[in-house]
Design a protein around this ligand. Structure first.
Ligand code: SIN
Length: 288
């Protein structure tokens, strides 16, 4: 696709592109926004380069162009701004957010469509984020395996992740009930119509309808499958870069290899819809 208003540099054949030529502090004209949206849908994660730090209002305004906002069920947010999740790791941190392969908040009935993260402070080295295309992971499976997975749903839970996780950041979760839900193992992307594998190491706890050992073996196979380098891009941040990733077809992993240094930024997530799978015959009929 030719872009007239933005400069798009593809990073790998499977996933990821850098975007230059937009200043995210300003409202984007519709024709520019349309190209940004196309690049996002095509590359699954886009990195806006050469940015200034956005104010919370500017970041929220840009995120809202893609839809209503999603509120994180557990994480610490900016004072008075529940829609701004403060990503912050330093020498006293006990955990680093996203330090393992996952899809954001897949334990929600309607998990976030996408996540927008701007980093304002970076360590001297490290702190990269890796992204893996779940379209590519799905496409690489054999037809018989795909046919089997299409019949399955999986449980996604969060109690084991979120309980007490942010206690060192003054989040008291006494009495809080954390979300859990079921989703298809393969989902149809609501905008591109492509199929993506939708299980992740962090939240997916079991495949429904299988025995415990069967579920464990299948999930282990899928977790290892999706983590192959050929599906990935590794992003090296510069200060004020803004990443925007599509949780409907991606997993990511934020490396915590920079302790005791500090890494900090603001994350906003956009509300998604309930994952579904369009059966192949229905997809084919719709395409005719
Ligand atoms: C996250 O999973 O949202 C964190 C990503 C990052 O810090 O790079």
């Amino acid at each position: 696709m030719a872009y007239r208003h933005i400069d798009v540099r593809t990073l790998t054949p499977a996933v990821g592109a850098e975007i230059r030529g937009v200043d995210l502090r300003e409202p984007l004209p519709d024709e520019v926004f349309g190209e940004v949206r196309s690049a996002f849908l095509r590359h699954q994660v886009v990195f806006f380069k050469e940015q200034e730090a956005l104010t919370p209002d500017q970041q929220v305004a840009f995120a809202r162009r893609f839809g209503g906002l999603h509120l994180h069920p557990a994480a610490p947010h900016l004072e008075g701004r529940p829609e701004i999740f403060v990503i912050h790791t330093h020498k006293d941190s006990k955990i680093a957010n996203g330090n393992g392969w996952h899809t954001d908040v897949s334990c929600d009935d309607e998990p976030p469509l996408g996540t927008m993260l701007q980093l304002h402070k970076l360590p001297g080295q490290g702190g990269d984020t890796l992204f893996a295309s779940m379209y590519a992971a799905w496409d690489a499976l054999s037809a018989p395996m795909q046919a089997f997975l299409e019949t399955l749903t999986a449980r996604h839970e969060s109690e084991h992740i979120y309980r007490g996780r942010y206690s060192d950041r003054n989040v008291d979760d006494t009495g809080k009930v954390y979300p859990e839900t079921s989703h298809p193992v393969c989902r149809t992307h609501p905008e591109t119509g492509r199929r993506a594998l939708y299980v992740n190491r962090a939240f997916t706890t079991r495949i429904e309808g299988l025995g415990v050992a069967e579920s464990k073996a299948l999930l282990n196979f899928l977790f290892e499958h999706v983590e192959q380098e050929r599906f990935q891009v590794r992003f090296k941040w510069e200060v004020n870069d803004m990443a925007f990733w599509d949780n409907r077809c991606l997993q990511h992993h934020a490396m915590w290899d920079y302790w005791p240094e500090e890494r900090k930024g603001h994350r906003v997530t956009i509300q998604g819809d309930r994952p579904y799978l369009v059966p192949l015959e229905a997809a084919a009929a719709a395409a005719e």
